[in-house]
Design a protein around this ligand. Structure first.
Ligand SMILES: [Zn+2]
Length: 311
């Protein structure tokens, strides 16, 4: 694929607020969307509505989100790559902007911009269907040691620091006791239409996980020398200063990664990294954990079908 230059230069930030940040993955997402819609049309059962609800009843959101950090799991106890790859995948959803569509939003952009009511309907469907939102430490413990997860696990992730993730997603998730992961690109902190450092800290303090998503969203596959410091090391340290917690997780901009990046991320304290819908790496499945973009076009039913089919 050919990727246009990411337009996130400081001078272009104001313009960027209206654009999706992850243009590059839209071809795959659109293809997937088409496949899902075809599958949806072929299905007669409304799986989202009839999905079994197997909530445990007694467990609280707090206890279900508890798991030690990766550092608490001795290396000798961690499963090998083949074992990790063989475990059933947990559906992981990736959202970007959460706002109503505007006339100038392109067709492709709308995969990355979910209207507010559509987003609320997605989250309500997950809750009504008995899903439990898990966090990366739980996923890591499950993948590396086989630790038990709550029934119907899902992970909710939000990329690119958009302000509406704080103003819309946060209260919506709070209503259902869901926690989430916010992958922050630090260049945009405090800019118009992006979250402030105080908001990121608040999300962290409230039990959400803050992850690293580079300084300014450049493609990891093009990094050389000092780029690893500028894009990974310094932004991660800044997020650790903001949250007062170690940052253990990274999301690749555009979902793009290569083998070279993995040791560079490990060197800088990462325990796992997230890509998009493409295949995982057989040697390093923890650094290529799959997510799907929950498109703004998707109804709750389409989302549910996609979760079932993609993971
Ligand atoms: Zn991104």
């Amino acid at each position: 694929m050919n990727f246009p230059k990411y337009p996130l230069l400081a001078a272009a930030l104001a313009t960027l607020a209206a654009l999706p940040a992850c243009n590059d993955a839209k071809t795959a997402a659109t293809a997937e969307n088409t496949a899902v819609d075809a599958a949806t049309a072929a299905m007669t059962a409304d799986s989202a509505e009839t999905a079994e609800t197997t909530t445990t009843g007694t467990a609280t959101a707090a206890t279900m989100n508890s798991a030690g950090s990766p550092a608490t799991i001795p290396a000798g106890r961690r499963a090998d790559a083949a074992t990790i790859t063989a475990r059933p995948q947990v559906p992981i959803l990736c959202y970007h902007q959460i706002r109503d569509w505007r006339a100038k939003d392109s067709k492709g952009a709308k995969d990355y911009i979910i209207p507010v009511d559509q987003f609320k309907a997605h989250i309500k469907m997950l809750a009504d269907s008995g899903y439990h939102a898990i966090l990366p430490d739980q996923l890591y413990a499950y993948l590396t040691t086989g630790a038990t997860l709550p029934s119907k696990p899902v992970m909710l992730t939000f990329d690119d620091t958009d302000l509406d993730q704080f103003t819309v997603a946060r209260p919506t998730l709070e209503k259902y006791g869901f926690k989430a992961v916010y992958f922050i690109m630090t260049v945009s902190l405090g800019r118009p239409n992006y979250m402030s450092k105080a908001q990121v800290k608040q999300l962290s303090d409230e039990g959400n996980v803050i992850g690293s998503h580079t300084w300014d969203h450049h493609n990891v596959k093009k990094y050389q020398g000092q780029d690893w410091v500028t894009q990974i090391e310094k932004p991660t340290k800044q997020l650790e200063e903001i949250t007062g917690k170690k940052i253990n997780y990274f999301a690749f901009p555009f979902g793009l990664w290569n083998q070279e990046a993995i040791p560079e991320l490990k060197k800088r304290g990462m325990d796992a990294a997230f890509v998009l819908a493409e295949k995982r790496d057989q040697q390093d499945p923890l650094f290529t954990i799959r997510r799907i973009i929950a498109s703004g076009y998707w109804t709750p039913r389409t989302l549910h079908n996609s979760m079932v089919q993609s993971f």
